[in-house]
Design a protein around this ligand. Structure first.
Ligand SMILES: [Zn+2]
Length: 351
């Protein structure tokens, strides 16, 4: 296998670069690629990181899982793309130099039109072609915001009505759920179908893998952005090795993933957000990851003198994944991201 200048060879790690786009002043934007190829045949697992340039914790996960030791032990191949957004890494910004839009909403659309309008869409398309050609599974490593609990997001699979019951759909979702289970982080289901399409979540990398390429994939959120939380990275490194075991690439028993969140998994939950109907200052009443019952207070919005103006209550059982940054909340803006309980959601939507 060859990705850019990285040419895999058995039992070792190949390192190289994939050209993304030429600079107007000469030279090229390149993304570093590592490929650990085992001695025996097996599937290809892709690990991608830093698509949002300020989300850095996935980088050490790749450094610690795409290693010579792994290349000697596995059947199959692990591809690690250390950063999908080199310009964002340099400036510690979420977006890239090439586009003010979220780069994780600009991968190919399953509805056919392979949009190639902007530089960033061309870059994403180029990376995606390599994934489509070679990947049997993918984990896209992200971070949420400061103080977030770590979790995995399971994208929704959008199908047409005549596809609804075919085996491929069920096995794709089953395979994806299987690797996310092996990874071991608390799972949060992707937003509902309307919000998925409205916000372009089907054009996230994991969303496009599932929907446009039909490759099992999920997004892992490794806690806070901007920093590396050691215990979360340790857990993700074990999680990745367990995914390799699930895929039949690595022998040995599943390792226990350290409990980096205390979120109970007794019910399924879907990612949503809660806005404030009033402006004021945020006072948390629960911590991220703490189980909240329907009707219970999540936060208060106070006036400048600390008097309560509004109590933000949970409309369903669930848990806060993270609060908004800072303390000032404007009317109609985000209080927190919330994983809310759902019943009978198989993550497949007919569109
Ligand atoms: Zn991200």
């Amino acid at each position: 296998m060859r990705i850019g200048t990285a040419e895999a060879s058995e039992g070792t790690v190949a390192k190289g670069y994939l050209d993304l786009v030429s600079f107007p002043t000469g030279g090229t934007e390149k993304a570093p690629v590592m490929i650990a190829q085992g001695e025996g045949d097996g599937p290809t697992l892709w690990l991608t990181a830093n698509l949002h340039g300020n989300e850095v914790a996935g980088i050490p996960v790749i450094h610690r899982t795409v290693t010579e030791e792994i290349a000697e032990r596995i059947d199959g191949t692990v591809v690690g793309m250390v950063t999908l957004n080199p310009s964002g890494l340099r400036s510690a910004e979420r977006t890239s130099h090439y586009d003010s839009r979220d780069p994780n909403r600009l991968f190919p659309d399953f509805r056919g039109e392979r949009v190639t309008g902007s530089t960033q869409e061309l870059i994403n398309e180029k990376i995606f072609r390599h994934i489509e050609r070679t990947a049997d599974a993918l984990i896209d490593l992200h971070c949420s915001n400061v103080g977030s609990v770590p979790f995995s997001i399971l994208d929704r699979l959008m199908v047409s009505s005549d596809e609804r019951d075919i085996d491929e759909v069920g096995s794709l979702v089953g395979d994806r759920n299987g690797i996310a289970d092996a990874f071991g982080f608390t799972q949060v289901y992707g937003s509902g179908a309307d919000r998925t399409l409205e916000e372009g979540l089907h054009r996230s990398l994991s969303g496009a893998c599932m929907n446009a390429a039909r490759i099992p994939a999920f997004t892992a959120e490794l806690g806070s952005d901007y920093i590396v939380e050691r215990e979360v990275v340790d857990a993700a490194v074990i999680g990745v090795r367990n995914v390799m075991r699930k895929l039949g690439m690595l022998d040995g028993n599943y390792e226990k993933v350290p409990n980096v969140t205390d979120v109970p998994r007794s019910f399924d939950a879907r990612r949503t957000s809660i806005d404030s109907p009033v402006s004021g200052l945020l006072r948390k009443r629960v911590e991220p990851g703490e189980l909240v019952a329907e009707g219970e207070a999540i936060a208060e919005i106070t006036d400048s003198f600390g008097e309560t103006k509004h109590v933000v209550k949970a409309h369903r059982d669930g848990w806060v994944t993270s609060f908004q940054l800072g303390m000032g909340v404007e009317q109609g803006t985000l209080v927190c991201y919330y994983a809310e309980r759902v019943e009978d959601d198989d993550l497949v939507e007919t569109v």
